[in-house]
Design a protein around this ligand. Structure first.
Ligand code: PLP
Length: 461
C-alpha cells in the first residue's frame, strides 16, 4: 500500500518550475516554487504544521484545545486544516480587505471567522491582532499561535523550504526572491541557503519585493518606521515590525505598486499557466528585475505563496480591477509588450563611437529617424540619437559627419515599461515621436504611431 497517514504529510516538497515565456534570453534562469501545491493551498501550511507540532511538544495544547490566529487568510487555512486533522477548534480574525473566497474557504475547513476593520492601527483594541489576542485570553484552553512572533514560523522554512530549494537547484541558486508578510518564509529559507552557500564557497542574494504602503522598505533602508498606508495586495507587507523577520539575511527590498503586482500575476497565469495570488505578482515583479540584473547563466528562485482561486472576485475580475483603477479601458486594448510582440524585429542601436555619417546612412537604409545609444561609458544614462539633432548639429557646424555620434545624442525621453497599457504609449505621442520601452535599465523596444495603428488593425482583424 502507498498512502500518507494524513493530508498533513503532503505539506512541503513543492516543485520548482522553470519560467519560459515571461523571461528573455538576456536574463538569468527563473524558477518558480509552487507553494500553492500544498494541501491547504499556500506556503502557510508549513508553519501551521510546525507551530502546532512545537506547541504539542511543549505541552501547550491539550486535546480539544482552540487555536486562535490573526491572519490574512492563508495561515488561518493551514491552521484550520491542521485543527481538523488533530481535533482542535480554530478561530481566525481577519481584516475586511481580504477576499470573500478566503472567508468561505476558512469556514469550509471548519474555522470560526471574525472580520475586523482593515484601516485600524495594529494596536487598536478592534484590530485583527488585538481581537485575536483577546479571544485567546478569554477562551478556556485556547492557544494563540501568534505567527508574527512565534519562531516556529521561520524554523519551518529553515527546516523545509530552504533545504528543498538547495537540493532542487543542486546548490546552484544565486538569488532567492520572496515577499515579506511575517517574514517567516524568507528569513528561514534565506538563513539556510546562505549557510549552505557559505559552506560551498558561494553566495545567495536575497531580494524582497514589498507593496508600496508597507513599512518594511523604509524600515530596512532608513531604520525609521514610516506611516503605513492601505494597499490591496494581500498577505505581504505590514504596518508594524514583527519578531519573525530577520533583516540580516535580506540584501534588498524593492517597492512594488498594487497595479504592477496584479498585472504581473495575470501575466503569469496567461503566459506560464501558473494560477497564483497578488503577492506572487509582487514577488515576480522583483524577480524579473533581479533576473535582468543578474543576466544569463545565473539561477533565480521566486516563491509563489498561494493560488489564484482565492482572488477570482478581485485581481482576476476586470470590473474589480477597473473599479480599483488598476486597469482602464486602454488596458483592454493591450500593453507595450503586446505591441512589441506583434512588431517583432530587434532594436537598432547606435554605437557611441560610431561616426555621425555612418549612423545617418544606417537610419536612411532602415527608414528610421532615431536610434538609442549604446556603448557609452561616461555614466550619462540612456540616450537617443534623433535625425533632427544630427541635422541641426551639421547645419550649425557644431559637428561634422566624422565626429562620434555621442556628441549629438540627447537624454532618452518618452519612456514606457513593458506592462504599460496602450494608453500610456498614446500619451507619450503627445510630446514625442516614439515611445521607448525600457526594462531593467535597457532599451528593449521602440514604438512609433504606425506600430500602434498596425497593432490595433491586427486586433480588429
Ligand atoms: C498570499 C501570501 N503571500 C505571502 C505571504 C508571506 O509569507 P510570510 O508570512 O512567511 O512572510 C503570505 C503570508 O501570509 C501570504 O498569505
Amino acid at each position: 500500500m502507498r498512502f500518507f497517514e494524513s493530508v498533513l504529510d503532503l505539506v512541503g516538497r513543492t516543485p520548482l518550475v522553470r519560467l519560459n515565456r515571461i523571461v528573455s534570453s538576456d536574463m538569468a534562469t527563473l524558477y518558480a516554487k509552487l507553494e500553492y501545491l500544498n494541501p491547504g493551498g499556500s506556503v502557510k501550511d508549513r508553519i501551521a504544521v510546525n507551530i502546532v507540532k512545537r506547541a504539542e511538544a511543549a505541552g501547550l495544547l491539550k486535546p480539544g484545545a482552540t487555536l486562535v490566529e490573526s491572519t490574512s487568510g492563508n495561515t488561518g487555512l493551514g491552521l484550520a486544516m491542521v485543527a481538523g486533522v488533530r481535533g482542535y477548534r480554530c478561530i481566525c480574525t481577519m481584516p475586511d480587505k481580504m477576499s470573500k473566497e478566503k472567508i468561505d474557504m476558512l469556514k469550509a475547513f471548519g474555522a470560526e471567522v471574525v472580520i475586523t476593520r482593515t484601516d485600524l492601527p495594529h494596536d487598536h483594541p478592534e484590530s485583527y491582532v488585538e481581537v485575536a489576542k483577546r479571544i485567546a485570553r478569554e477562551t478556556p484552553g485556547a492557544f494563540y499561535t501568534d505567527q508574527y512572533f512565534n519562531m516556529a514560523n521561520p524554523e519551518a522554512h529553515y527546516l523545509t523550504t530552504g533545504p528543498e530549494i538547495w537540493e532542487d537547484t543542486d546548490g546552484q541558486i544565486d538569488c532567492l526572491v520572496g515577499g515579506i508578510g511575517t517574514g517567516g518564509t524568507i528569513s528561514g529559507a534565506a538563513k539556510y541557503l546562505k549557510e549552505k552557500a557559505a559552506e560551498a564557497g558561494r553566495t545567495v542574494r536575497v531580494v524582497c519585493p514589498d507593496p508600496r504602503g508597507s513599512i518594511y522598505h523604509d524600515l530596512y533602508y532608513k531604520g525609521v518606521q514610516p506611516k503605513p498606508s492601505v494597499y490591496r495586495v494581500e498577505g505581504i507587507g505590514h504596518d508594524f515590525m514583527v519578531g519573525t523577520l530577520d533583516f540580516s539575511v535580506i540584501d534588498e527590498i524593492v517597492e512594488v505598486s498594487d497595479r504592477d503586482s496584479f498585472h504581473a500575476t495575470r501575466r503569469l497565469a496567461r503566459e506560464e499557466g501558473i494560477f497564483s495570488g497578488g503577492s506572487t505578482g509582487t514577488a515576480l515583479w522583483g524577480a524579473l528585475k533581479a533576473a535582468r540584473e543578474l543576466g544569463p547563466g545565473k539561477t533565480v528562485v521566486v516563491i509563489i505563496p498561494d493560488s489564484g482561486d482565492r482572488y477570482l472576485s478581485k485581481l482576476y475580475n476586470d470590473s474589480w480591477m477597473q473599479d480599483m483603477g488598476f486597469i482602464g479601458p486602454g488596458d483592454r486594448l493591450g500593453t507595450v509588450r503586446d505591441i512589441l510582440k506583434l512588431k517583432g524585429g530587434k532594436v537598432e542601436f547606435a554605437e557611441a563611437s560610431e561616426s555621425i555619417g555612418h549612423v545617418a546612412s544606417r537610419m536612411s537604409t532602415l527608414g528610421i529617424s532615431q536610434m538609442p545609444l549604446e556603448g557609452a561609458d561616461d555614466g550619462g544614462g540612456l540616450r537617443m540619437v534623433h535625425e533632427l539633432d544630427i541635422l541641426q548639429g551639421l547645419v550649425s557646424a557644431r559637428c561634422t559627419a566624422n565626429d562620434p555620434v555621442i556628441g549629438v545624442a540627447k537624454a532618452l525621453e518618452g519612456r514606457v515599461t513593458l506592462d504599460d497599457p496602450l494608453t500610456a504609449v498614446q500619451s507619450v505621442f503627445d510630446a514625442h515621436n516614439v515611445a521607448v520601452a525600457v526594462e531593467g535599465g535597457k532599451v528593449v523596444g521602440i514604438i512609433s504611431k504606425i506600430d500602434v495603428v498596425q497593432f490595433l488593425a491586427a486586433r480588429h482583424k
